[in-house]
Structure formats: structure tokens, C-alpha cells
Design a protein. Structure first.
Length: 64
């Protein structure tokens, strides 16, 4: 599904960082830790939102 716009725990906006995070970790091969540090996402709850997200749009969309 879509990445959540806000962190479930603290409410900080994290959705705006998803595209850059995905690009830098998948295409550029950077570590998730260094990308999150560079993006300014410091709280563990916010880091969890991006690291644990699984993009399911392509899998779910045929069934809608």
C-alpha cells in the first residue's frame, strides 16, 4: 500500500521522504542507516515507518 504520511507513534511527517529513501537504498546501494541520518529522521519510531514499509500497490491493485 502507500507509505503512511505520518509516523503512527509521534505524528511526524515521514511520507515525504519515501521516494528519496527508496531510490537511494535500492538504486544507489546506500545503507538505510546512512540515508535516514542524511534525511534527518532520528527517532526510532519514524525510522521504523520507512524501513519496515512494503510496497504492495502492484500486488493489490488487480483485485480492486
Amino acid at each position: 500500500m502507500m507509505v503512511p504520511v505520518r509516523c503512527f507513534t509521534c505524528g511526524k511527517v515521514v511520507g515525504e521522504h519515501w521516494e528519496e529513501f527508496k531510490q537511494r537504498t535500492n538504486e544507489n546501494g546506500e545503507s538505510a542507516e546512512s540515508v535516514l541520518d542524511d534525511l534527518g529522521i532520528e527517532r526510532p519510531c519514524c525510522r521504523r515507518m520507512l524501513v519496515s514499509h512494503k510496497d504492495l500497490v502492484d500486488i493489490v491493485s488487480p483485485y480492486q
